[in-house]
Design a protein around this ligand. Structure first.
Ligand code: E4P
Length: 215
């Protein structure tokens, strides 16, 4: 499973990259707005730290607008993946950008049919938002199971990029289903590694060692 960081914060991206576990980054207009930086410059900076796919989302809503914007974004760095919303115009834009060789992440997916359509349009990644489904009392993880089954039935190469992850168990469940990518906030990345028994176990080992050998 690939680990992507769902952030536009360069310090968080640097910290995850330093661990050697960062496979990519996803951003969205809300995450970018929080950084209060020029979008282009921010993307250049992110792509300097992360050489895996970096999703940059369009804000146009027509096919022509998205294609125009997507082409500009794709010029920023080789690893830019253009992110388009799962609406009719986005699907049309996805087909065009894919035909030009640009990687496309189709975002805001909330149903298996939407995921099927994105795969047929040649999406590189599909982003189902599981946390937002959980928020409205709908099982987000069931969507991942459904998409996995559908994509496997037809050998679609589109990668399932599990998005809107809220806690480490989301990652565990997505990995058990065989999702290709988990994109997560930095906090979840950190939480995945931590375990109180690891901390207390290490403390005991070191205390016992010191008691025998001194400092
Ligand atoms: C994914 O690409 C999105 O940026 C993100 O996962 C949305 O997460 P949220 O529902 O926590 O905003």
């Amino acid at each position: 499973m690939k680990f992507f960081l769902d952030t536009a914060s360069i310090s968080e991206i640097r910290e995850a990259a330093a661990l050697g576990l960062l496979d990519g980054v996803t951003t969205n207009p809300s995450l970018v707005a929080k950084e209060k930086k020029d979008f282009r410059k921010l993307l250049v900076e992110i792509c300097e730290v992360c050489d895996g796919p970096v999703s940059a989302e369009v804000v146009e809503t027509t096919c022509d607008g998205m294609v125009r914007e997507g082409r500009e974004l794709a010029k920023i760095a080789e690893n830019i993946t253009v992110k388009v919303p799962l609406i009719k115009e986005g699907i049309k834009a996805c087909k065009i950008l894919r035909a030009e060789g640009t990687k496309v992440n189709v975002t805001l997916c909330f149903s298996p049919n939407q995921a099927l359509i994105a795969a047929k349009a040649g999406a590189t990644f599909i982003s189902p938002f599981i946390g937002r489904l959980d928020d409205i009392s709908t099982d987000g993880m069931q969507l991942i199971r459904d998409i996995r089954t559908i994509y496997d039935n037809y050998n679609f190469p589109t990668e399932i990029l599990v998005a809107s992850i809220r806690h480490p168990l989301h990652v565990v469940e997505a990995a058990k289903i065989g999702a290709d990518v988990a994109t997560m906030p930095f906090k979840v990345f950190d939480q995945m590694l931590a375990h109180p028994l690891t901390d207390s176990g290490l403390k005991k080992f070191l205390d016992d060692w010191k008691a025998q050998h001194g400092k």
